[in-house]
Ligand binder design. Structure first.
Ligand code: ATP
Ligand code: MG
Length: 330
């Protein structure tokens, strides 16, 4: 990867939440929600972040956006270290990186029209001075997300819109400050199945047209095929596998990724029979987890070492990384 085109780099990033057993207890435990994540994203490319509930996807997304401060590692954005930049100095980054959340129904103040909701970031960041120019930007953003004719939508209130339309407004709000990075956290999981593909296609089109970096968070490995260049498979705060999306889907290596693929019905019965090992059980508790492979209690292929030592990431094929002892070369 050419360093000039590198948008985001994470180096051994950690976000641990501190918890205390009792109000007066001095004993501190940590929920290790993101525990040593390394990857980079090029300008204008999309990466899928896939994993079961509780694997740390949202925490990673919010840490990247610096809505949480990391406990360790580094975040570089366009080469600039923002790991511990103070909140008051993060205003430019708030413009450059934005979030689309899962729930479009809770994303807007009920007394704001669509116009007002989209104007808000422009007012906060004071990037566009005149009212005419702000209106122009709002209408342009509505056009980008295909809410046309724009005048019909601009003066509506949130309760007058469907979930799909609201999510389009949320995307318009996310792009209005012309960011370079969008974190889309399960952007379609609360929408009717009929509009999911439309919204994902819209995001993908915007990503390509505006040359946005996109982090697409999902449970659904199947949708990543069309919406990202690369994929990161997360489990219990760790990245278990990372490679191009094509490679992960065509040649999944980690037993966990294989299990995720079984959970995703494949229309081709020949592919279905490839993975018979559905591991039962739940992800482990992340409060001070043991130093072994976090998937080992559920893994059908686990052996001695897996229960004792945490594997590093092995490069099983060029650009295809797996955090699994099965891929250790002796
Ligand atoms: N503010 C917090 N304080 C303590 N623990 C937290 C906090 N936020 C998240 N966690 C814990 O961190 C772990 C990862 O949570 P996270 O929400 O990032 O998972 P996720 O992969 O986004 O899950 P889902 O698919 O359900 O959205 C969970 O064990 C969760 O309980
Ligand atoms: Mg989440």
């Amino acid at each position: 990867m050419n360093s000039d085109t590198r948008l985001l780099e994470l180096e051994d990033l950690r976000k641990w939440f501190e918890i205390r057993r009792g109000f007066l207890s001095s004993r501190v435990n940590y929920v290790k929600a993101v525990d040593g994540v390394t990857f980079s994203l090029e300008e204008g490319k999309a990466v899928s972040l896939v994993g079961e509930s509780g694997s740390g996807k949202t925490t990673l997304g919010k840490t990247i956006l610096r809505l949480y401060e990391p406990n360790g590692g580094r975040i570089l954005f366009q080469g600039k270290d923002i790991t511990h930049t103070k909140v008051k100095d993060l205003k430019w980054y708030r413009r450059m990186a934005s979030l689309v959340q899962q729930d479009p129904f809770g994303a807007f103040a009920s007394h704001f029209t669509v116009f007002r909701a989209l104007e808000e970031p422009l007012l906060i960041h004071n990037t566009v001075k005149s009212r005419e120019e702000r209106a122009e930007r709002v209408f342009k953003a509505l056009e980008e997300v295909r809410l046309t004719p724009v005048e019909d939508f601009a003066y509506k209130y949130p309760h007058m819109l469907s979930g799909g339309q609201l999510q389009r407004v949320a995307i318009a709000r996310a792009i209005i400050l012309e960011p370079r990075l969008i974190v889309a956290d399960e952007p379609v999981s609360m929408l009717d199945a009929s509009v999911r593909i439309e919204i994902l296609t819209l995001l993908r089109r915007l990503q390509e047209r505006l040359r946005l970096g996109v982090i697409y968070i999902t449970h659904d490995l199947a949708t990543t095929r069309f919406f990202s260049e690369s994929a990161l498979i997360m489990y219990a705060g760790h990245v278990m596998e990372k490679a191009s999306t094509r490679e992960v889907l065509r040649n999944p290596l980690h037993p966990y990724t294989k299990a995720l693929l079984i959970a995703t019905p494949d229309p081709n019965p020949q592919n279905r029979s490839r993975f018979k090992e559905v591991p039962p059980g739940e992800p482990p508790a992340l409060v001070d987890p043991p130093k072994n492979c976090r998937f080992s209690p559920r893994c059908p292929r686990a052996f001695d070492k897996c229960f004792k030592e945490e594997p590093p990431e092995f490069e099983a094929a060029p650009g295809h990384w797996v955090k699994c002892w099965l891929y250790e070369r002796s």
